[in-house]
Every structure is written in structure tokens, then in C-alpha cells.
Design a protein around this ligand. Structure first.
Ligand code: DAT
Ligand code: MG
Length: 155
């Protein structure tokens, strides 16, 4: 199995995505793409945890509102694996502002405002590593062979 095919990204369905009944739809898109689910949990994240998750944005004016929004209900935290999972995951999500997101992307299809953009995806392999470590313990990452692997990848 090529190492590049094991790239991992952290994807989360935000409280608005959960409340609006989009959990299945968002998971479905990653499944159907061919990515492999490595970890998933439905949880209420604490404010401290969310502050840490968005620590790079701590000086932005929307930081505390963002933390409150993310803390306003449960989220679905996931790790997906596959070739270019980080970059392709971002393409599947769409732009940060749904108004700039193309139809066919998750944000382009299901939301309107930047402060209610329903999903999160890591923006680099480095931040994916940090985010996966923040949200999951090592033993929560499940490394099982996917029976479709040879049908998704050439090598
Ligand atoms: P992304 O989630 O696309 O990686 P980001 O990391 O720059 O975007 O910002 C994290 C989240 O913060 C984003 O999903 C929604 C919120 N956000 C970003 N810019 C914002 C703004 N100008 N006003 C309100 N919320 C914003
Ligand atoms: Mg980001």
C-alpha cells in the first residue's frame, strides 16, 4: 500500500450541521469518494477544547463567537484517510465562506453564512496531525483494511 494513500484529515460536522440533519449526507460524500473512515465520535466539545482547536485564530474578532457556536451543541468528529485526503477534503467542503463555495461542495450546497458553515476540514497535513491528536486518542484510530482498496487505487 502506497504511504501517500494513508494521508489523514480531520473532518468535523459542526453543531448546525448536526441540528440540520446533515450528518448522513456529509459522511456519505466522504464514503462515496472512496476515503476510508478511521475514527468517528459524536460529542459535546468543551470551550477549552474548541479554543485549542481554533488557537491559530485567537486574535481574530470572530474567535469567541466561533468558540460559542462550536460549543452550542454536539459535533461529529471524524478522521478520514486516503490519497490527498487533506486537500481533497477541503475541495469537497468548499470555501470558508459558503457564498464563495461552488454548487457540488458541501458548503456550496447546504449553507449560506460563514458563521454557520456546517463543517470543518484540516487545511494542511501538519494541522491535520495536530487536530487528530487533539480530538482522538491513538487507540481510537481504527486501522482496518478496506475491502474496496484495490478498486479505489491502482497501487
Ligand atoms: P476554514 O473553516 O475554512 O478552515 P478558517 O480556519 O479560516 O476557515 O476559520 C475557521 C472558522 O471560523 C470558519 O469555518 C468559520 C469561522 N470564520 C472564518 N472567518 C470568519 C469571519 N470573517 N466571520 C465569522 N466567522 C468566520
Ligand atoms: Mg481552518
Amino acid at each position: 500500500m502506497a504511504a501517500a494513500n494513508k494521508e489523514r484529515t480531520f473532518i468535523a460536522i459542526k453543531p448546525d450541521g448536526v441540528q440540520r440533519g446533515l450528518v448522513g449526507e456529509i459522511i456519505k460524500r466522504f464514503e462515496q469518494k472512496g476515503f476510508k473512515l478511521v475514527a468517528m465520535k459524536f460529542m459535546q466539545a468543551s470551550k477549552d477544547h474548541l479554543k485549542q482547536h481554533y488557537i491559530d485564530l485567537k486574535d481574530r474578532p470572530f474567535y469567541s463567537g466561533l468558540v460559542d457556536y462550536m460549543n452550542s451543541g454536539p459535533v461529529v468528529a471524524m478522521v478520514w484517510e486516503g490519497l490527498n485526503a487533506v486537500k481533497t477534503g477541503r475541495v469537497m467542503l468548499g470555501e470558508t465562506n459558503p457564498a464563495d463555495s461552488k454548487p457540488g461542495t458541501i458548503r456550496g450546497d447546504f449553507c449560506i453564512q460563514v458563521g454557520r458553515n456546517i463543517c470543518h476540514g484540516s487545511d494542511s497535513v501538519e494541522s491535520a496531525k495536530k487536530e487528530i491528536a487533539l480530538w482522538f486518542k491513538d487507540e481510537e484510530l481504527v486501522d482496518v483494511k478496506n475491502c474496496a482498496y484495490e478498486w479505489v487505487y491502482e497501487n
